[in-house]
Ligand binder design. Structure first.
Ligand code: X2X
Length: 333
């Protein structure tokens, strides 16, 4: 065969392979920490359902909850996705912040007061900068969801002031900023994974924990002796739908758009679902005999003042540009 004909044949074969690849049924793993009993797991399942439906069964996203792909070690999820051990994830900013320090923004105590502040950050310039930070570390972020504003519970007493936390052993996520926050408040923070948290609460190895109402409610944290719940809205962890970069690059453009749009739709759906449920959850939690502690402005301010040092220490790691974008987003009326 003449050389030029050879090349033509090769090019045709390559085109055929690409066409086959895009027509081929494909399956990807999606990691989450919480199962579909929780809004978080439901967000991932919604993504999977939408992708399955819109690709007419060609693309399957298989959701693996309980951080099982990283044997429960949720702070390793980002690295595992980057290395290709996990294809995709719907992950919390808290669990990814050890690898993406910029994401500590969301964990800064009392930076955001409410959903409006949170949305102003994720939907604006600050959100774009946070996504750029993720992309820079080898992961393609697609959309936002949410775990929710985190509230404090404990088995010992109503917590209304930093002094009430003195000496209380509080389970925190394995992200260093939390150690600083709870140390600044006079508590005794202990880092552990979610998998270890409920047993530690049940046996009394720790006195308290912090998580969104949805998690407290669905995981029945009240059954682990957590009788007091302080509603202090001290921070919120958004969820991020994301994909390993190599997988992303291999996908045909149309499938990328399909995955991204489905992630945006699933994220919006889950944020609404999670917010709508809060009032009922609160009522249910109260009905189970948990004492809810609401803070007035002065009481909340005492917590703000006590954790100022955490902002000073962490702002440089988050970065000036992102800090300023977040602050100006929150300041908008
Ligand atoms: O571990 C937690 O507290 C949880 C489930 O909220 C996260 O993964 C951030």
């Amino acid at each position: 065969m003449k050389l030029s004909r050879c090349f033509t044949a090769l090019a045709a074969a390559a085109a055929l392979t690409a066409a086959c690849a895009s027509a081929q049924a494909r399956e990807y793993s999606v990691s989450t920490v919480l199962s579909d009993a929780f809004p978080w797991g439901q967000a991932a399942q919604k993504w999977a359902d939408l992708v399955n439906e819109r690709s007419e069964g060609r693309i399957t996203l298989r959701v693996y909850p309980n951080a099982q792909l990283v044997t429960g070690d949720q702070t390793k999820e980002f690295s595992a996705m980057r290395s290709g051990l996990i294809d995709m994830a719907v992950g919390s900013t808290i669990n990814w912040s050890p690898q993406v320090p910029e994401l500590n923004l969301f964990s800064l105590p009392f930076l955001m007061n409410d959903n409006a502040d949170l949305d102003a950050i994720t939907q604006g310039e600050a959100g774009k900068l946070a996504f750029a930070a993720i992309e820079k570390r080898g992961i393609v972020p697609l959309a936002w969801g949410e775990n929710g504003f985190r509230q404090l519970s404990n088995s010992a007493k109503p917590v209304r002031a930093p002094a009430d936390l003195k000496g209380l052993k509080i389970r925190v996520v394995g992200s260093p900023l939390f150690q600083d926050t709870f140390t600044a408040l006079g508590a005794n923070p202990t880092q552990m994974s979610w998998a270890d948290a409920k047993p530690a609460l049940t046996t009394g190895a720790v006195d308290g924990q912090e998580n969104p109402l949805s998690v407290f409610d669905v995981a029945r944290i009240d059954q682990a002796g957590q009788k007091y719940l302080t509603q202090w809205n001290y921070m919120a962890d958004p969820l991020i739908f994301a994909v390993n970069q190599r997988i992303w690059k291999e996908l045909p453009e149309a499938d990328r758009e399909l995955l991204a749009q489905a992630a945006r739709d699933a994220g919006e759906w889950e944020v609404a679902l999670s917010r709508e449920a809060e009032v009922k959850r609160l009522a249910d939690i109260r009905e189970r005999g948990v004492e809810l502690i609401e803070l007035n402005d002065a009481e909340r301010q005492a917590f703000v003042d006590a954790t100022r040092s955490v902002h000073e220490k962490w702002a440089p790691r988050i970065g000036k540009e992102l800090m300023e974008a977040a602050q100006s987003a929150i300041a908008q009326p």
